[in-house]
Design a protein around this ligand. Structure first.
Ligand code: ZN
Length: 331
């Protein structure tokens, strides 16, 4: 698995994301040495897209049709007993398994479950006793662990044991863990409501940092490519709109910042407003009419600023400053 990925990384580039040259380089470098990686960045920045891109670069392979992609080495209880599953071809994209980190995630979901009574009769790793968890489905692929810091410390430790020692403790059984996968986690560093990753875990991973699109031009390009385009959207209006979102990100009063999804939302809603008005070209007023609905809940004021105004009031103030209360003029 590691060797296959190394070859791929040396030959191909991540093309699903525009810009992010530094993050791409760091990710490649870490994966090339088979190191565990955590992509760090705020929501909506493209962490999932970048990780998926790694899987998409992997070649298609032929595996057993057992649900656990056994190929060569049997890892699931069924294939281990020699039960014949059919063969099937899976693409790089299908070699991507996503696990959502959450406080509710259980060890049974993640690693699997062993029925103690059946384990006595047939053995803990038998088809009868053992139901493998989600992590086994990532065999011969990528295990993408979104917001890994949100799962309980106990699960973080279990995952660490799998990554480091290739052993899993399931119930009271210690099992050798044969599944072979690349681990890519994500982390939102500004999510204060969640548990932190333990120091031990962080010490076993390399961190790759993603930022908002590096330039205004780049973000405008992303918005025009990813957003729905129904009608004409003047270039200078797009620049002005994306520029406004980017300015908000550097406003010292804000704690939660608008993502690229916010820019895309404005782009689409402004077009919708123009269409509703019977026009085939978006205007500044269409953007202004969309701003509160798209942005107000996507930002959050710092506690000190919250005291004097709401996010909506703050935004209205910013809109007036930038675009003026009257319509028709660019900021
Ligand atoms: Zn199998």
């Amino acid at each position: 698995m590691e060797q296959q990925l190394q070859q791929t990384l040396l030959q191909k580039n991540f093309t699903d994301i525009l810009g992010q040259g530094n993050a791409k380089q760091q990710l490649k470098s870490a994966l090339l040495m088979g190191r565990h990686v955590i992509i760090v960045g705020r929501p909506g920045i493209g962490k999932t897209t970048l990780a998926k891109n790694v899987a998409e670069l992997l070649p298609a392979i032929e595996v057993n049709d057992c649900g656990y992609n056994c190929s060569g080495k049997a890892i699931c209880p069924g294939c281990k007993t020699g039960k014949k599953a059919g063969r099937k071809k899976i693409s790089g994209r299908e070699r991507f398994v996503r696990v959502q980190g959450s406080p509710d995630l259980t060890s049974e979901d993640l690693l699997g479950d062993i029925d103690p009574i059946k384990a006595l009769k047939f053995g803990p790793a038998s088809v009868e006793a053992f139901s493998p968890g989600k992590i086994f489905r990532a065999n011969n692929g990528i295990l993408f662990f979104d917001e890994v810091n949100r799962c309980p410390a106990k699960l973080q430790n279990a995952l660490l044991q799998v990554l480091e020692e290739k052993k899993a403790t399931i119930g009271s059984y210690s099992m050798d863990f044969d599944a072979d996968f690349i681990f890519i986690g994500t982390l939102n560093p500004h999510d204060s409501t969640t548990e932190n990753l333990s120091e031990v875990f962080l010490d076993r991973c390399d961190l790759v940092y993603m930022t908002y699109p590096e330039t205004l031009e780049l973000e405008s390009q992303i918005v025009a490519e990813k957003g729905k385009s129904k009608i004409e959207f003047p270039g200078e209006l797009l620049t002005s709109m994306v520029g406004f979102v980017r300015e908000l990100r550097s406003n010292s009063k804000l704690e939660k910042l608008p993502s690229v999804r916010a820019s895309i939302g404005l782009y689409e809603r402004a077009q919708a407003n123009a269409l509703l008005d019977g026009r085939n070209k978006a205007e500044l007023q269409d953007v202004k009419d969309a701003l509160i609905s798209v942005l107000a809940h996507r930002i959050e004021l710092k506690p000190s600023a919250k005291y004097t105004e709401t996010a909506k009031e703050f935004l209205e103030e910013q809109i007036n400053e930038r675009f003026g209360a009257a319509s028709g003029e660019y900021g």
